[in-house]
Ligand binder design. Structure first.
Ligand code: NAI
Ligand code: 15L
Length: 269
């Protein structure tokens, strides 16, 4: 992969101990002089080019210290699946507010926010949607990501903090089922997408669906061409293997009808 530009001196990665944080940890060092890693715990020792500032996103003072001195933020931290409202409120709603307040106070002007396809999970798998379609969250998790998208728009309009809301599809080593043939985002493409968000001259407040160059797709990224993201991977190479190990979808099952898959019937917790 072409080496990305070191566009930032000190870049903050939240959720660094999670699945995507772990996948991006080495990759993002190419984008900055120093990568600041944060999570509640579990990031291990700092390696070359890294520093660690642990923080609970729900704790405003800890988040303030986590953000102080960075030039840009890749915000992955938070609850990443459907869950009870209490933890979602703390990590995703209060957490994203604390993050933007700290960014405002410390003059951070660019954020890449890990939003989710579950902001629009109640559109059907037979529909193609783009960034201007209204949110149709498929659960409290999706609602919390929609809140993050709206909050970041407010901080752009009022304070000029640019944000890319990346509605990540399914970012795993391989697509796990037939739905993920449409939603899959390779780790390398995720890094390409974040690099594009960090380096594009004018980001503004943008919504982009995080997907690889999959033949089957429900999402149209034509409103985000200014970001300059060009995916280079595709789920298509996994299609035969996925079909061989999975059965045809039951079209009476909401998980097969809606884009959010099983999330549309998860909970209540
Ligand atoms: P993950 O659950 O593996 O990682 C999330 C990290 O956030 C964890 O390390 C956790 O400790 C941390 N975290 C949770 N609550 C926290 C708090 N209160 N304070 C500080 N840290 C906290 O999730 P994954 O898969 O790595 O996803 C990363 C981000 O991308 C999440 O925001 C998720 O919603 C989003 N996303 C991921 C997708 C995927 O396919 N992996 C799809 C769509 C969105
Ligand atoms: C998400 O938002 C989740 O974080 C991830 O675990 C996947 O389940 C993904 O969506 C998906 O829709 O496949």
């Amino acid at each position: 992969m072409k080496t990305p530009m070191k566009t930032h001196h000190r870049l903050l990665l939240t959720g660094a101990a999670g699945g995507l944080g772990t996948a991006l940890r080495d990759r993002l060092k190419a984008n900055c002089e120093t990568l600041r890693l944060s999570d509640k715990s579990g990031v291990g020792e700092a390696q070359d080019g890294e520093e660690i500032v642990l923080a609970d996103l729900a704790n405003a003072a800890e988040v303030d210290a986590m953000v102080a001195g960075v030039d840009a933020i890749v915000h992955l931290g938070g609850i990443s699946v459907e869950a009870a409202f209490g933890p979602i409120l703390q990590a995703n709603i209060l957490g994203v507010y604390n993050l933007y307040e700290a960014a405002r106070k410390h003059g951070v002007k660019r954020v890449v926010f890990a939003s989710s396809n579950h902001v629009t999970g109640f559109y059907k798998q037979s529909e193609t949607i783009h960034a201007d379609h209204p949110a149709r969250p498929d659960g409290l998790y999706g609602v919390s990501k929609a809140f993050g998208e709206d909050l970041s728009r407010f901080y752009f309009d009022r304070y000029g903090i640019e944000t890319a809301c990346v509605r990540i599809g399914s970012s795993f080593p391989e697509p796990k089922d037939r739905r993920m043939l449409a939603t899959w985002l390779s780790f390398d493409d995720l890094h390409r997408l974040i690099s594009a968000c960090l380096s594009t001259p004018v980001l503004g407040h943008s919504i982009i669906f995080g997907m690889s160059d999959n033949a089957v797709t429900w999402w149209d990224n034509s409103r985000a061409r200014h970001i300059g993201y060009v995916p280079q991977d595709s789920s298509d190479v996994f299609r035969e293997a996925v079909y061989a190990r999975t059965s045809a979808p039951d079209l009476d099952d909401p998980a097969a009808v809606y884009q959010g898959g099983a999330f549309v019937k998860a909970g209540p917790f």
